[in-house]
Design a protein around this ligand. Structure first.
Ligand code: NAD
Length: 311
């Protein structure tokens, strides 16, 4: 049985490493920190100062930096007694393999080593490490101390018991875990974000719109709905009383239109079935009008929030 995870090492304290540290602090963890750049210490302390009051209310907890946080001068010093190591070095495969391997040489065999990589394959990252069965990806979203999602991606050599332990740990610190069945580059969320990003770059490059136009095209429309329902349930409602089935019938021809530079897959019967059944399951047998009411109420509240926090 895995022991509880209380001692944490954070390697790399840029935007994401710092975000993790703040989340860990508010979850009463002991954290040892390593970053080769001296100026990152100031960045981290400034970020803690900036967010402290807001997060005290959010987490309903106080933190004690002197007791909980220790700065270290080497990877070895930071990781040697850690139960979990969160690696947040720059997104570079060679560098990550090197750092993860170094971490693996200096940790307890039972500790979990998690990389925050945004899309690299865990099988690659664990390829040279000692005891690769405890290495996995735990991909968060910025700001880590507020956004709950973390994608857990096991590599070919990752042991199930460690995926289970990681899942339990991240859930316990208030996160929404998504465990990927199989590793794929970019995982789930970043593949979705990336497709829109690439499309946006095409549109801008060809002079059809400004970055502001494209941001507004999300902020005042799809973005409001996405934060509640994602793409599939949203499109389920777009199909009227017939839901996703009608939506697919109506918009199947659009998949052939030159609306995107990405190639859509062929809408086979098998794919249609998966999508229709998936959305049916997601909607938990609620009627379209019931779901629509829920969505509308949410959108009204969300727009009040948007007004309040609009940049
Ligand atoms: P960043 O550039 O802000 O921070 C990287 C940190 O790594 C820096 O503080 C740097 O000094 C440190 N570093 C450099 N070499 C190192 C080494 N040899 N050992 C230890 N630390 C080293 O980058 P970031 O945005 O925090 O990204 C870190 C990781 O998190 C990347 O893998 C990235 O893909 C992932 N990630 C980023 C985001 C995001 O929105 N920025 C979201 C999710 C995941």
């Amino acid at each position: 049985m895995q022991s509880p995870i209380n001692k944490i090492a954070v390697v790399g304290t840029g935007v994401i490493g710092t975000g993790w540290i703040i989340r860990f602090l508010f979850n009463n963890k002991q954290i040892k920190v390593y970053d080769p750049s001296d100026k990152q210490k100031k960045f981290l302390l400034d970020e803690i100062k900036r967010t402290k009051q807001l997060l005290k209310k959010f987490y309903k907890k106080k933190i004690n930096i002197d007791n909980q946080l220790k700065f270290c001068s080497s990877i070895k010093e930071a990781v040697s007694d850690a139960d979990l190591i969160q690696e947040n070095a720059p997104e570079n495969e060679k560098l990550k393999i090197r750092i993860i391997t170094e971490i693996s040489l200096h940790t307890k065999k039972s500790s979990i080593i998690a990389s925050s990589s945004s899309g690299l394959l865990p099988s690659k990252i664990q390829s040279k490490a000692k005891h690769p069965e405890r290495i996995l990806i735990a991909h968060p979203f910025n700001p880590v101390y507020l956004l709950p999602l973390v994608e857990i991606v096991p590599g070919k050599k990752t042991a199930k018991v460690n995926v289970v332990a990681a899942n339990k740990f991240y859930t316990k610190i208030g996160m929404k875990t998504l465990i990927l069945k199989k590793e794929l580059p970019g995982y789930l969320s970043d593949r979705l974000q990336e497709s829109m990003w690439r499309e946006s770059l095409h549109i801008i490059n060809e002079g059809f719109a400004s970055t502001k136009d494209l941001d507004e095209a999300i902020i005042y429309g799809p973005g409001l709905r996405w934060s509640l329902m994602g793409t599939f349930l949203t499109f389920h409602l777009a199909g009227g009383e017939m839901g996703m089935k009608h939506m697919l019938e109506q918009f199947e021809p659009a998949l052939k239109l030159p609306w995107t530079k990405l190639k859509a897959p062929k809408l086979t019967n098998n794919l249609k079935k998966k999508i229709i059944e998936g959305t049916k399951m997601q909607s938990k047998n609620k009627s379209i009008s019931n779901l629509a009411n829920q969505r509308d109420n949410f959108l009204i509240d969300l727009q009040k929030l948007l007004k309040k926090y609009k940049v």
